[in-house]
Ligand binder design. Structure first.
Ligand SMILES: N=CN[C@@H](CCC(=O)O)C(=O)O
Ligand SMILES: [Zn+2]
Length: 418
């Protein structure tokens, strides 16, 4: 991808979110703002950050493409740290069943849900998967997302899991958004493995994960640790092996039933535990102590009509909280960052400042990239967004509508609102 030389000046608010690691508890409230701020990007990397007057004294404007951000707020690009953006087919029919009262797990147990996306993903060509994924990433970019995590998990067999990860690599090379890939083979149990989940775990450990690791097709390994999917013991076994193979680990934890997924994430030193609607007090305490990031997905709770995860409580217990869309074809089909802001602030007791931290530096930490993205700091990638308003406070205030006017990736303007 091209790298730019850019100078942004006169930003009403430069919301730096400064930091190189996840922010826990109270630290999530400090956005490290610079009023009348400027930022210099050279060869795609942030070279200088400060007050406009100081920066212009040291970096002559003629050397750069210049953006005058008068009356606008500038923030780091958002990091959407939990998505399933690469899949075949859709499940609109299933959504209407859920509206009539069927539960997500009931639909899954009768062979729909994830398994229906598995069928469609197996049938899809690489081109179809590539084209639809690129479109979804275009939509994410328009909301200010510059880094996204994407999972496999709609294959559950060798060929389709590898196909998903290979196509994700192609998408990463072709799209301005950076993609961090996660292997989620253990996402559901196909019919032929019902009652033989241990065999399926063995299959992933022996036949799929070594190749994924060797070819560096994924940085993370994840599992759907849930009642009637994969147990705590099966999750511990798969993730322990994953760590030995060099993967960083994540878990879909305590989404529907309080199984002890948060506690397991802390025990294993996972980078993040995600969903956590039913996480216990002990699990939350363990995550806070061990620094596991609590990645909350309010769009999913909203779409499933479940109670939201206890975001306020987690932050008060000194957890590092990240927020993400969970874009997927079933439980939450949305790329909308404004929706996530609305739900987090209006329904979860999370402040605007905390939500911004959760979608920038903490999102970056949830994909283990807090040293590279997620804040406006010297040495990080020039991934920035310009709002059409003078303050970050307009983000949740303009309910459900994107306030992003420009998106800059590696110092190049890659999106401009018309
Ligand atoms: N809960 C498990 N996995 C996904 C949903 C995937 C799907 O329904 O297709 C999630 O994170 O919400
Ligand atoms: Zn998920």
């Amino acid at each position: 991808m091209k790298k730019g030389n850019l100078l942004i000046k006169n930003a009403a608010e430069l919301v730096t979110c400064s930091g190189f690691e996840a922010k826990k508890g109270k630290a999530m409230s400090d956005l490290h703002m610079i009023f009348d701020g400027a930022v210099v990007v050279e060869e795609g990397m942030i070279k200088a950050v400060g007050k406009t007057e100081e920066i212009l004294g040291q970096y002559p404007e003629e050397n750069y493409e210049v953006i005058d951000a008068s009356g606008k707020a500038v923030l780091p690009g958002f990091v959407d740290s939990h998505t399933h953006f690469l899949f075949g087919g859709y499940r609109a029919e299933e959504f209407s069943w859920r509206l009539r009262g069927d539960s997500y797990m009931e639909i899954m147990e009768r062979g729909g849900g994830i398994l229906s996306s598995v069928k469609a993903t197996k049938a899809a060509t690489r081109e179809e998967l590539f084209t639809s994924a690129m479109k979804r990433l275009d939509s994410m970019l328009s909301f200010g997302v510059t880094t996204v995590e994407g999972k496999s998990g709609y294959g559950l067999d060798y060929a389709t899991e590898i196909k998903q990860l290979e196509v994700m690599k192609e998408v990463n090379a072709a799209h301005p958004i950076d993609v961090v890939s996660t292997f989620l083979g253990a996402h559901a149990v196909p019919k032929e493995y019902k009652g033989k989940e241990d065999d399926l775990i063995d299959f992933f450990i022996e036949k799929v994960m070594p190749e994924v690791a060797e070819r560096r097709l994924a940085e993370f390994c994840d599992i759907f640790c849930e009642k009637n999917v994969f147990s705590i013991e099966q999750s511990r076994r798969l993730l322990t092996k994953a760590k030995e193979m060099g993967f960083k680990i994540k878990l879909h934890a305590d989404e529907i039933v309080s199984l002890g997924g948060a506690e397991l994430a802390a025990e294993l030193g996972a980078i993040s535990a995600d969903h956590l609607l039913q996480a216990s007090d002990k699990g939350i305490e363990d995550m806070a102590k061990t620094g596991v990031i609590a990645t909350l997905l309010p769009g999913t709770a909203f779409s499933l009509k479940e109670k939201f995860a206890r975001g306020r409580y987690m932050i008060d217990q000194n957890c590092a909280v990240a927020l993400a869309t969970d874009l997927n074809p079933g439980s939450c089909f949305t790329e909308s960052i404004p929706l996530i802001f609305a739900l987090a602030t209006l329904y979860m007791g999370i402040t605007t400042e905390e939500a911004i931290t959760a979608l920038t530096i903490n999102g970056a930490a949830a994909v283990d990239k807090a040293d590279k993205v997620g804040s406006i700091d010297v040495g990080k990638q020039g991934d920035l967004i310009l709002l059409e308003f003078p303050s970050y406070k307009y983000i949740p205030y303009h309910i459900g509508v994107s306030t992003v006017e420009k998106v800059i990736k590696d110092g190049i303007v890659v999106f401009h609102k018309i």
